[in-house]
Ligand binder design. Structure first.
Ligand SMILES: NC(=O)c1ccc[n+]([C@@H]2O[C@H](COP(=O)([O-])OP(=O)(O)OC[C@H]3O[C@@H](n4cnc5c(N)ncnc54)[C@H](O)[C@@H]3O)[C@@H](O)[C@H]2O)c1
Length: 247
């Protein structure tokens, strides 16, 4: 699971699962390019460089196609190739029943959590197709696999990411490019940090393992799918959820 000579783009790596993934891939030898809207990604990239890794932050909004194209082109230009894409950037939704749907919020979640993944894939794959190799790991969710009361846009987006992953995998496997996804359970990241303690406790309880994931535990699964150790894994949506979807 070494990534020496590989260049990895990780979106949404200013915090949480993306940050843990950027750190892990860098520690295993990858040059890491972070695309994020949050300025905090500057510190993550700087920290990695201070530790002797190759790392760069390119301010990126995954809903803006020009911005995404520039991210992928910059990664390839700066480090010589684009071997791994981790399409991780995402936001949570305001939970509400469908008959009370805030349509603007729906559109925002779909734009970031689904269209953003597609745009990142589109522009990373330009480089991977030209090279005849590459690995894409999309970040779905348990809520892309099972339903949950009052989840609308997030469940719809994450389920779409899972099936986009399968179809894209079938398209690009013959060209030497593997596309897979992880479907994380509840993880202890800024996405859930702001929730009331009772909600966090019930999230932990619903996972048979009895706790939230550490972001590093999700990152390990992402790194596996991105690595040559997963050379025969194509179109998988890997549950990394403490057993949430097993019961
Ligand atoms: N934390 C969980 O319990 C959990 C569970 C399942 C899936 N996920 C998924 O994991 C991924 C990472 O989430 P996290 O929990 O680490 O959350 P997080 O909030 O820590 O990280 C999300 C990152 O995405 C970035 N981002 C948001 N909008 C963006 C945009 N338009 N362009 C570029 N970057 C943008 C944010 O700035 C942030 O750095 C998300 O796709 C999320 O849906 C999280």
């Amino acid at each position: 699971m070494q990534f020496d000579q590989r260049v990895a783009v990780v979106t949404g790596a200013a915090s949480g699962i993306g940050e843990a993934t950027a750190r892990l891939l860098a520690s295993r030898g990858a040059a890491v390019v972070i695309g994020d809207v949050a300025e905090g990604a500057h510190d993550v990239a700087r920290g990695l460089r201070d530790e002797g890794h190759r790392a760069l932050f390119v301010p990126t909004d995954v809903t803006d196609e020009d911005s995404v194209a520039a991210l992928m082109d910059r990664a390839a230009a700066e480090f010589g190739s684009l071997d791994v894409l981790v399409a991780n950037a995402g936001i949570a939704e305001p939970k509400a029943p469908l008959h009370e749907l805030d349509v603007a919020a729906w559109r925002r979640v779909i734009e970031i959590d689904l269209t953003g993944v597609a745009l990142c894939g589109k522009h990373a794959l330009r480089h991977m197709v030209a090279a005849g190799r590459g690995a894409v790991v999309n970040v779905s969710s348990i809520l892309g696999t099972v339903g949950q009361p009052n989840s609308t846009s997030y469940s719809a987006a994450k389920a779409a990411v899972a099936n986009l992953t399968r179809s894209t995998a079938a398209t690009y496997a013959p060209r030497g490019i593997r596309v897979n996804a992880v479907a994380p359970g509840y993880a202890d990241t800024p996405l859930v940090a702001g929730l009331p303690e009772a909600v966090r406790a019930s999230m932990a309880e619903r996972q048979p393992i009895g706790r939230l994931a550490r972001p590093e535990e999700i990152a390990e699964a992402i790194a596996f799918l991105a690595s040559d150790a997963a050379s025969f894994v194509v179109g998988a949506v890997l549950a990394v959820d403490g057993g949430y979807t097993a019961v």
